[in-house]
Design a protein around this ligand. Structure first.
Ligand code: ADE
Length: 222
């Protein structure tokens, strides 16, 4: 049980807040998650710790060189490892992908900076992942997104009841929730939720899920 996650990054400190609070912190304490931050600059063979260089063929920006990543993976990759590269050119990250990744014993997340990776690094990679159609300054925030979404699916990390009937189950968004007070500034909780009639509540919620999905994410319903 549990998962080991190695994060290859040039900016390990970006992760410290994320890993030291709330559910992720508790998962690490309970040994359901083991997370290692690896600065791949430490694997540069060049005396100045250089990790990037200008692109062959010309063009703007800097490209991450092969050697630091290859040398680091030589040390940490095993037959059990799933190697994931974060890149805006990757496959879209979805709840189903999070479910599949959550089955792995060991994942290695490679975070890029600059214009991108030397293409040859992809020979080491099992899965290229993008968290959305926008360009970020690096793969660190995407890696946190992947870790967050995957961790909560590992048994014991959160209450299993919280995983049923949430957004993206059955390709629908979640139903709306209300809590006390039943009326606030003239805003009322729908009567059906106070009725105690569980069949009616179930039907209301199913319809609400269809309606919100149609409005905000018609693409999910095809
Ligand atoms: N690196 C930069 N932008 C990214 C994105 N949208 N997804 C994954 N990695 C990225």
């Amino acid at each position: 049980m549990g998962m080991k996650i190695d994060i290859l990054t040039l900016f390990p400190n970006l992760f410290t807040g994320f890993l030291s609070e709330s559910i992720i912190k508790r998962a690490i304490e309970k040994k359901l998650l083991e997370i290692n931050l690896i600065n791949f600059r430490d694997y540069s063979p060049l005396n100045n710790g250089q990790v990037d260089d200008t692109p062959y063929g010309g063009g703007p920006g800097m490209v991450l060189r092969c050697e630091p990543i290859f040398r680091c993976l030589d040390e940490i990759k095993t037959p059990d490892s799933v190697v994931i590269m974060l890149s805006p050119s990757g496959k879209p990250f979805k709840q189903q992908m999070a479910r599949e990744i959550s089955q792995a014993k060991h994942i290695i997340l490679i975070c890029g900076r600059y214009e991108g990776f030397d293409e040859r690094i992809k020979t080491l990679v099992d899965l290229e992942v993008s968290i959305g159609d926008y360009v970020l300054t690096g793969g660190e925030v995407p890696a946190m997104v992947v870790i967050d979404a995957v961790s909560r699916l590992i048994p014991g990390v959160i209450n299993a009841d919280s995983l049923t009937s949430e957004s993206f189950e059955e390709n629908l968004l979640d139903y709306p929730n209300y809590t006390k007070p039943s009326e606030y500034r003239n805003l009322k909780v729908p009567d059906v939720l106070l009725s105690g009639d569980h069949a009616k509540i179930k039907a209301y919620r199913e319809e609400a899920r269809r309606n919100i999905t149609k409005k905000n994410r018609p693409d999910l319903m095809e």
